[in-house]
Design a protein around this ligand. Structure first.
Ligand code: 5GP
Ligand code: MN
Length: 333
């Protein structure tokens, strides 16, 4: 057992009430990791609560049945009050306080007891008492399983824990396809099936449940809004608020759209610009010798992995896209 894992085990043993905090706009890995950690702690007789910075998208809500959770955006006082009485804060699937958003960051900055970060993104900030950072691991969910195994606590991994881990690994690896998948990933997946995790149900609930509006928005985006940059393997889609409204946009409706852009033959960089109340949320994807995380950090206050990054712009859509075009030479290898 490494010193890090020894400290993690001691910290869990010494905790009673625990707050679990994933990043804002939680994806499958953030929700899956939080759910897995919630059940793992519950199975160890702890009192965990998840606080989401904002409401998870509807397609992830089925995974939160029977889970004790708060949403900071709508329950800030209750969340802060709860944090005051927690022995330990677990920050999952993010590595910088800014990733929980301007409001929920108070949960971290005002937290008085021990805090632990468990995450797989590169370039972690130093903001927790204990930081377990493994950028080589495909997902935070896989990292949690590896931590539990190393702590010799696999006996507290049941079907509920397993479902969260499966969800996190599946969504962060594009269904076990990305280079980040390793033999350990498949070893863990096998263990999860042995626990009774119904993999087909998890796939179905993520990939086979679409509203008509969502599909039509996708069709519109590809048909009318896809722009291919001349002479470069770079393409993007932008969606304004008005366009989203036309298709009754719900959170999560553009999930996976950026990967569709990247799938165009001969293209190596994809960007998706989606307008919201606060500004433009940007998703970048790439492959081969093209990397997007440092580009996003430099120009769009973002970051992430080399092949999958996100960012944000407070400018208008047209100014944001102009900025993207101005700097896109930096994306070329
Ligand atoms: P997505 O495009 O799915 O929102 O994000 C892709 C990847 O980039 C994820 O791993 C996510 O954690 C990371 N990411 C997304 N938005 C941001 C951001 O604003 N800042 C940083 N540092 N990472 C981000
Ligand atoms: Mn992740």
């Amino acid at each position: 057992m490494t010193d890090e894992i020894k400290r993690l085990k001691e910290l869990i043993n010494a905790s009673n009430t625990v707050l679990i905090l994933p990043h804002k706009a939680p994806d499958g890995d953030a929700v899956g990791s939080a759910v897995a950690w919630f059940h793992f702690l519950l199975n160890n007789n702890k009192k965990p609560t998840i606080v989401f910075p904002d409401r998870p998208a509807a397609y992830l809500l089925p995974f939160l049945d029977e889970i004790e959770y708060l949403v900071f955006e709508t329950q800030p006082e209750k969340s802060l009050e709860l944090a005051q009485h927690c022995d330990t804060l677990f920050c999952l699937d993010f590595n910088d306080p800014s990733r929980v958003g301007k409001e929920a960051v108070e949960l971290i900055s005002s937290f008085k007891a021990q805090s632990v970060m468990i995450d797989h993104h590169p370039f972690p900030s130093d903001f927790c008492t204990l930081q377990i950072s493994k950028p080589s691991v495909c997902s935070t969910a896989q990292l949690l399983f590896e931590c539990i195994e190393e702590m010799d606590l696999l006996s507290s991994v049941d079907k509920n824990v397993g479902q969260g881990i499966y969800l996190g690994i599946m969504t962060d690896t594009g269904s076990f396809r990305y280079p980040s998948v390793d033999a350990k990933t498949h070893y863990i997946l096998g263990k999860l099936l042995d626990l009774g995790v119904e993999h087909f149900k998890i796939h179905e609930s993520i990939f086979d449940v679409n509203t008509l509006d969502k599909l039509q928005l996708r069709g519109f985006a590809i048909n009318e809004k896809l722009v291919c940059i001349p002479n470069h393997p770079i393409a993007y889609i932008s969606l304004t608020k008005e366009e989203l409204d036309r298709f009754n946009y719900q959170k999560g409706d553009t999930e996976g759209l950026v990967n569709v852009i990247l799938s165009i033959e001969g293209y190596s960089v994809a960007a998706l610009f989606v307008e919201s109340r606060d500004g433009i949320k940007i998703s970048f994807r790439s492959k081969g010798d093209y990397f997007v995380n440092e580009f996003s950090a430099k120009h769009f206050q973002g970051g992430g992995h080399k092949y999958a990054a996100g960012g944000f712009s407070e400018d208008t859509m047209s100014v944001t896209i102009e900025r993207f075009k101005t700097f896109l030479n930096e994306l070329l290898p």
